[in-house]
Write a protein that binds this ligand. Structure first.
Ligand code: KIV
Length: 273
């Protein structure tokens, strides 16, 4: 089996993602929030594009993911969907639009699907949101779960450190993963948890487990695209592998441009009409 055996697939579906887990092919996932970036990410052959509510941090400069609104998520998601022809597009339902009220959860999921054209939604939490998850699934909308460090609950945790190091939290996380599978979720993201626990979760459920800061024993990996490209330089957790220094490349281009404008080197005759 080639490690790139999903490369010839025309359009990734939940069914294909499940087959990938079943045959041991790792699933690749990155975030994107706009058309131009999504076009490149899709063309690279990424399996899943997540329109994460990390847009709140990365695109809007907020400290947390809490302020981003449904309208803003739909704006980002529809731009990404317009760019994508192969990847499976998952959209975060923003904070306050699904917790505690399953009718609102359903309305939110339907708005995202209808107005953006995305393929699935993602929600954070386990047993606390089971009614919402079940209600969204009942409308035929694929749901991805998210356990471990769930950034929408940052004010409950108080810190972005590793979750589920204690036995009781680890046991709840495992139970929540089983519950999300039982409810019908097609995959679960596990964020910043011990690698041994993540491996155990991936072995205990049959749906794909996608990790971020959760070690290599899971079924796939996700990173925030601006972090892995080195556009954001201030966020460097241990789990992040930086694949490029785009901040350096961009700075070089911008400073050269400034020099060229000031020295009147730009535009030259060929660049003029
Ligand atoms: O919003 C996001 O980018 C996420 C990933 C970190 C999984 O939820």
């Amino acid at each position: 089996m080639s490690v790139h055996s999903s490369a010839n697939i025309k359009r990734i579906t939940t069914h294909i993602l499940q087959e990938m887990k079943d045959r041991g092919e790792k699933i690749s996932m990155l975030t994107a929030y706009d058309y131009s970036m999504a076009k490149i990410v899709d063309a690279s052959g990424i399996d899943i594009i997540l329109v994460g509510d990390s847009a709140s941090n990365v695109m809007a400069g907020h400290e947390t993911t809490l302020p981003i609104t449904m309208d803003q998520m739909i704006y980002h998601a529809s731009a990404v969907v317009r760019a994508v022809s192969r990847s499976f597009v998952v959209v975060d339902i923003p904070f306050g639009s699904y917790q505690g009220n399953s009718s609102e959860a359903l309305r939110s999921a339907i708005r995202i699907m209808k107005e953006s054209g995305a393929h699935a939604v993602k929600v954070e939490g386990g047993s606390e949101i089971k009614e919402s998850v079940a209600r969204i699934l009942s409308a035929g909308v694929p749901v991805m779960g998210h356990l471990g460090l769930t950034p929408q609950s940052i004010y409950k945790f108080g810190t972005y450190t590793v979750r589920a190091k204690e036995d009781s939290e680890a046991a709840k996380l495992l139970e929540d993963a089983k519950l999300l599978e039982e409810l019908g979720c097609f995959a679960i993201v596990v964020e910043k948890i011990p690698a041994d626990l993540a491996r155990k979760v991936a072995g205990a459920v049959s749906i794909p487990i996608i990790g971020i800061g959760a070690g290599g024993g899971v079924d796939g990996q996700v990173l925030v695209v601006h972090d892995m490209l080195g556009i954001t330089q201030e966020f460097k957790p241990r789990f992040l592998r930086q694949y490029a220094d785009l901040q350096g490349v961009m700075m070089g281009a911008f400073t050269q441009y400034i020099k060229d404008v000031k020295s009147q080197d730009f535009p030259n005759e060929k660049e003029s009409y």
